[in-house]
Write a protein that binds this ligand. Structure first.
Ligand code: SF4
Length: 253
């Protein structure tokens, strides 16, 4: 059925809304917060340092990445607020960069590592991270997406939350927006032993130390990067990175 066409001629159109939204997102990212956020460590440390030293105007791709990623996590935050006896939204987790162990927010120093999982299930006592998946072809499921492990970046983020809270159990709650045939939702649970969680915390601390070293020296080349990771899933951020050309130059020597 045809829609109702716009009756505003091009030369009478009012200014676009997008630049203001991108400005708002840029301000949201630039908000000074203490410590280093775990997403800066599980994504690309070099990009995180670059953003601090030389923030660039955001692109439409980055706005799209942010707004489309807000599907399920925005919705579950609203719904979880109604079930406050079951869930805590965006709990604040911290680990010490000195000991690698969980600490309370009031013990945190400016260099410690912080995280905010989407939800904490208070009855089952574990973190839940919501993710939206927009794969267009998922209704055909030609690539067996619904039975394959979720993207590595999603799992790495959840495991970091589990490690930071020292909880051996966690859940990814994924919404397959284009799955019209069966349930659009999938719950994928993970478990790790206490020594495995300790090892994840150790890796986060190592990356945080490299982050601060590069930031203090104002030298992005000192920060670890993901450009040469063998699996595309591990370097997906490069595709939308505004520093790509300069980063490649550094890596090519
Ligand atoms: S291009 Fe890739 S490796 Fe380089 S800073 Fe950006 S995300 Fe990191």
């Amino acid at each position: 059925m045809p829609g109702i066409p716009s009756n505003v001629p091009d030369d009478k159109k009012l200014p676009s809304t997008l630049p203001i939204l991108k400005e708002a997102l840029s301000e949201h990212y630039a908000k000074e917060r203490p410590g280093v956020h775990v997403s800066d460590l599980t994504g690309c440390v070099r990009k995180a340092v670059w953003q601090k030293l030389d923030r660039r105007p955001l692109t439409d791709k980055e706005l799209n990445n942010f707004s489309s990623g807000r599907g399920i996590d925005g919705a579950i935050e609203d719904l979880a607020y109604i079930k406050r006896e079951n869930f805590r939204q965006k709990p604040e987790l911290w680990i010490s960069i000195t000991t690698g162990e969980p600490i309370f927010w009031y013990e945190a120093t400016e260099k410690d590592i912080c995280a905010h999982p989407d939800l904490w299930d208070m009855k089952l006592n574990f973190p839940i991270e919501g993710k939206s998946n927009k794969t267009e072809t998922v209704w055909l499921d030609k690539f067996d997406t619904l039975n394959s492990p979720p993207p590595k970046s999603n799992t790495k983020q959840l495991l970091a939350y589990m490690a930071m809270a020292n909880k051996t159990y966690g859940r990814l709650l994924i919404q397959y927006v284009n799955n019209k045939k069966t349930s659009a939702f999938r719950e994928v649970d993970y478990t790790r032993t206490l020594p495995e969680l300790r090892e994840i915390r150790r890796e986060l601390v190592m990356k945080a130390i490299q982050y601060w070293r590069a930031l203090e020296a104002k030298d992005v080349s000192l920060a670890p990067h993901i450009m040469n990771e063998p699996e595309p899933d591990d370097r997906f951020l490069c595709k939308i990175c505004p520093y790509y050309t300069e980063c490649k130059k550094i890596n090519d020597g």
